[in-house]
Design a protein around this ligand. Structure first.
Ligand code: G1P
Length: 288
């Protein structure tokens, strides 16, 4: 079984649901306590053993590239001031040149098209896709849980979790057939169905392990929901010819592409951070 070494992070979206905050900063750079949202997703990928990250960017996303690069003047100033601890932390967060690629999605044609833009970087091997709007808080990282399952069964695996029925139309939704522990066999999936047409309330969370054939399917995938090239539609086709599982991971996801989801993510992470944990308890008690 070919190991998953490359992760694709599509970061080209405008972040319209969190305007005006995202007018001049990429939504992925909004801070969750002390670090930008994108750092949590990169950490999740690295923690799962990913060796190379391909960011699919767009216009006005340069801040992401700068963030993972060296900051020579800053590092030199910290060195002069003997701020060794901060310096070490910054150096650890850098992505070595060999471990990252930045490629542009030149037209906003949809998530499926964004993933396709990373085809050359995937080198014909299976890939992980992590949607950086979604931050998942868990003991073992969600992707690490999925790779553990992949090492046993192979094929394609997507993370899913249950949402209230009224919310299904915001997501990709699977049609489950049979469960085996955390793995679910499916006979279909649909992007943003009407509530009445949804095959279940299991949404596609935003973590995927996909075999390289997905790129050929994306190549000729026509537009679907929202008139965009949808990853879900190409996966639905891939499912017809390859083993494909949904996976119920352990953890809590936060949709940082929306104001309530972003606020929840900040709150949940602040409750765990040594500098803010006590403050969160105090504030919660005073508000409630
Ligand atoms: C994307 C995917 C969808 C998935 C969702 C998770 O939708 O197309 O299948 O359920 O992410 O957040 P988007 O949020 O980009 O509309």
């Amino acid at each position: 079984m070919t190991p998953v070494k490359t992760a694709i992070l599509p970061v080209a979206g405008f972040g319209t649901r969190v305007l005006p905050a995202t007018k001049s900063i990429p939504k992925e750079m909004l801070p969750i306590v002390d670090r930008p949202a994108i750092q949590y997703v990169v950490d999740e990928a690295l923690d799962a053993g990913i060796e190379h990250i391909c960011f699919v960017t767009g216009r006005n996303k340069g801040a992401i590239e700068d963030y993972f690069d060296s900051a020579y003047e800053l590092e030199e100033a910290l060195e002069r001031k003997k701020k060794t601890e901060i310096l070490e932390m910054l150096r650890k967060m850098k992505l070595p040149a060999s471990a990252s690629t930045f490629t542009r999605q030149q037209s906003a044609l949809g998530l499926g098209h964004a993933v396709w833009c990373a085809k050359a970087v995937s080198k014909g091997e299976p890939v992980a896709v992590l949607l950086p709007d979604v931050i998942i808080k868990s003991e073992k990282s969600c992707l690490a849980q999925m790779i553990e399952a992949y090492d046993e069964v192979g094929g394609n695996i997507i993370a899913v979790d249950a949402v209230p029925e009224a919310d299904v139309s915001k997501y990709g939704v699977i049609s489950p057939v049979k469960r085996d522990g955390k793995l679910i066999e499916m006979d279909g999936m649909v992007e943003k169905p009407a509530v009445a047409d949804a095959p279940s309330n299991l949404k596609i969370t935003g973590r995927y392990i996909l075999q390289p054939e997905i790129f050929d399917l994306l190549e000729d995938q026509g537009p679907g929901a929202g008139n965009e090239i949808q990853l879900t539609d190409a996966m639905e086709r891939l499912m017809r010819t390859q083993q494909f599982y949904a996976f119920e991971y352990e953890g809590q996801d936060y949709d940082c592409g929306s104001i309530p989801g972003y606020f929840e993510a900040v709150f949940a992470h602040a409750a765990d951070h040594p500098d803010t944990a006590e403050l969160v308890k105090k504030l919660a008690a005073s508000v409630l």
